[in-house]
Design a protein around this ligand. Structure first.
Ligand SMILES: Nc1nc2c(c(=O)[nH]1)N=C([C@H](O)[C@H](O)COP(=O)(O)OP(=O)(O)OP(=O)(O)O)CN2
Ligand SMILES: [Zn+2]
Length: 121
């Protein structure tokens, strides 16, 4: 079994209520996010690939464009713009790209990250 991981970055704004971080979190402000997407499988003997990283990149670029330089609160299908919801949102948009193992969203400036392993069976 092999796992293949590819990353992308995006910059986005959000406002988050109900945290202990207080008033500053409730104002619209920006973060840099780094996302790691991991797919699992066995390489096709003919190609030597679990999945063509170019195809994965194409799908990741589509989801990156929906998030980069956006106000996350305006994306209604995201819900409250937390790391948890971002990782689920990205997973749902990349399901077709391969056998996903996990999607991790990192907010390095805050030393925070969240990993989604898909819906529970
Ligand atoms: N379970 C979660 N809890 C919290 C989340 C989350 O996504 N899931 N997010 C937050 C805050 O948004 C996060 O901690 C960042 O805080 P914020 O005030 O937005 O950022 P800083 O000013 O501290 O960060 P800089 O990027 O360094 O300016 C809280 N809880
Ligand atoms: Zn924030």
């Amino acid at each position: 079994m092999w796992e293949l991981t590819k990353s992308f970055r995006f910059e986005a704004a959000h406002a988050l209520t109900g945290t202990t971080f207080g008033a500053d979190s409730e104002e619209i402000h920006g973060h840099s996010f780094r996302t790691e997407v991991t797919v699992r499988g066995t390489p096709d003997p003919a190609t030597g690939m679990v999945v063509d990283l170019g195809l994965l990149e194409h799908s990741m670029e589509e989801v990156r464009r929906t998030l980069d330089h956006k106000l996350l609160n305006k994306i209604t299908t995201l819900g409250p713009p937390t790391l948890e919801n971002l990782s689920r949102f990205i997973w749902e948009r990349l399901q077709h790209a391969g056998r996903l193992t996990r999607v991790s969203v990192h907010r390095d400036s805050c030393n925070e990250s969240c990993t989604y392993y898909g819906p529970q069976a």
